[in-house]
Design a protein around this ligand. Sequence first.
Ligand code: ATP
Ligand code: FE
Length: 372
Amino acid sequence: VVILGIETSCDDTAAAVVRGNGEILSQVVSSQADLLARYGGVAPKMAEEAHLLAIDKVVQQALDNANLTAHDLSAVAVTIGPGLSLCLRVGVCKARRIAGMHSLPIVGIHHMEAHALVARLTEKDLHFPFLALLISGGHNLLILARDLGHYVQLGTTIDDAIGEAYDKTARWLGLDMKKGGGPALEELARQGDADSIKFSIPMRQHKDCNFSYAGLKTQVRLAIESRKICIENTPISSANPDDRSSRADIAASFQRVAVLHLEDRCERAIEWALKIEPSIKCLVVSGGVASNQYVRKRLNHVVNNSGLRLVCPPPSLCTDNGVMVAWTGIEHFLVGRFDPPPLANEPEDYLVDLRPRWPLGEEYSQGRSEAR
Ligand code: ATP
Ligand code: FE
């Protein structure tokens, strides 16, 4: 089995070819970091255009690097949600064109399931059931993965995701967004004093597994304003040493509390999960923010204290990529979950299955009643 995976749900155009045994034959990502840095966020129409410009080249490159043609594939896997529908459509239409031309089955993929399951590619003895913390630009999820396609959502964010809070804070501190807000902030935080500002930890009084980052964002904004740091318009590169260290203190203090919130929630989620599935052995942490070394280190403590093991894919597989889509495609394909090949000459306006909002699994209601 060999599968091409295509990912266009947000701002990265990505494709990869992966074998059934987990061997990664190629991995190509074209990022819109420049656009993001310039416009301060993902504008759907602009992102769609960037995907349209990149998609053919990215997919061709993935096939070339794997030394294969589309003819050699077993199936095409593509993210169908959640995400921006304009962007999803670019990937899905490309996947259907290739699949139609070569009579290949299509596997429609849930983006967050892919973030979680890619850990099973890098860690061969990661078996169901396991617990997963998915932290990215748009999601903060605690998921109990009971089996392939069988997920229970223990917690989600009630407002913003942690990646969004990293990105906003980075922008307000005048960091170089071309590197990505998260990585730039992680770097600056290493030079700051994490105890200098006492931001309050979100949702301590809520005994559940949900997240909230909007309040922390506001606290950061106020801290910046009270220090009169000329944000946004003054890049950190032109800040004087005092100003710079003040920004580093804010970055470090923000990161400490943002991650403490993750630690709190993971501790409780582990308790809940062990009640439902006493045999779980691992906490998987994935999604863009999982590439952060400080996040990994802190969560490793929490997990070890609970007698579990932390499984974190390498950073290039934590941020959006085609490998996770191809791999999740393989998992589903091998148990017979796929759609038949599309028609060879499908009209461009064919109504494709897109799921911009698509929950992963059912909510855990027991948890909610216990929390009351
Ligand atoms: P979603 O998966 O929710 O649809 P997305 O696909 O846009 O969102 P990912 O690519 O999975 O997001 O993750 C991107 C997010 O990860 C961004 O918010 C980015 O700032 C954050 N991120 C990446 N690297 C780091 C890091 N080292 N530290 C903190 N955050 C990081
Ligand atoms: Fe993602």
